[in-house]
Design a protein around this ligand. Structure first.
Ligand code: PLP
Length: 243
């Protein structure tokens, strides 16, 4: 596949490449400012609703990790770009709500799943993950906003769910993820991230092998980094506003 030769293309290309560079720089600066520069922070470029060409532009600029919310749409891009980046494979993260009828597509095509909040979904993914692929890397999504949010499991359900995932074949438990309600105030943004961080540390003290804390999006990633995030999921700030 080649980048289209439409007149706006060079402009889009430069914008994505510049944005990626600026975001990587901001991640580094925030990590340094908050004293978190000892652990690397993975940037997941959220490419939902974006074209294959836009993903390719980001990949050509060195971006490797991509996040998708809709299984079918994501699989289209995964298959379309596989050949082109065969030498330095792209890493695909499923970050959207995960219904039972979508688990097979995710199990067969993605590298990570961030939004596991029910035992049944974890069991289906384990059963459907093909043996020829490495284990699916799994994050348990936690609802840290209480009543305000519908996605993620309640904090008290996290330990049993993590323990279940650890017993399932073809899945590797890596950590926790959250999507807090959007708020503008920096101190308010930090609170739910601090909750997730505390829960993550409690589980690590209990001996669970967690190394990943997926939190922070375009509007709140500095607050997430301040609270120890080591995986940020950024869409708008890289690709522009979604229509
Ligand atoms: C869309 C989305 C993002 C990226 O959001 P932006 O505000 O565009 O950076 C991150 N995580 C999840 C789960 C999303 O659905």
């Amino acid at each position: 596949m080649i980048v289209t030769t439409q007149p706006e293309c060079p402009r889009i290309m430069n914008a994505i490449t510049d944005n990626l560079q600026a975001i990587r720089q901001m991640i580094l600066e925030n990590a340094q400012f908050f004293g978190k520069h000892d652990t690397p922070i993975c940037l997941v470029a959220v490419s939902k609703t974006r074209s294959r060409d836009e993903v390719m532009i980001a990949a050509l600029a060195g971006q490797r990790d991509f996040g998708e919310n809709y299984a079918q749409e994501g699989v289209g891009k995964i298959l379309a770009l596989r050949e082109k980046f065969a030498d330095t494979p792209l890493v695909w993260h499923f970050i959207g709500p995960l219904q039972s009828n979508k688990t097979r597509l995710v199990a067969e095509n993605f590298d990570w799943a961030h939004s596991i909040s029910r035992a049944k979904i974890a069991e289906r993914l384990a059963g459907q993950r093909p043996c020829h692929l490495p284990p699916l890397q799994v994050l348990v999504e936690v609802n840290v906003s209480g009543e305000a949010s519908k996605s993620g499991c309640a904090p008290e359900e996290v330990l049993p769910l993590c323990k279940l995932v650890m017993t399932l074949p073809r899945l590797t438990l890596r950590g926790l993820m959250c999507i807090p309600e959007p708020v503008a105030d920096f101190a308010a943004q930090r609170r739910p991230f601090a909750c997730l961080r505390a829960l993550w540390e409690e589980l690590r003290r209990a001996g669970l092998p967690l190394d990943t804390l997926s939190m922070g999006m375009s509007d709140d990633f500095p607050a997430a980094i301040a609270e120890g995030s080591n995986m940020v999921r950024i869409g708008t700030a890289i690709f522009g506003a979604r229509t």
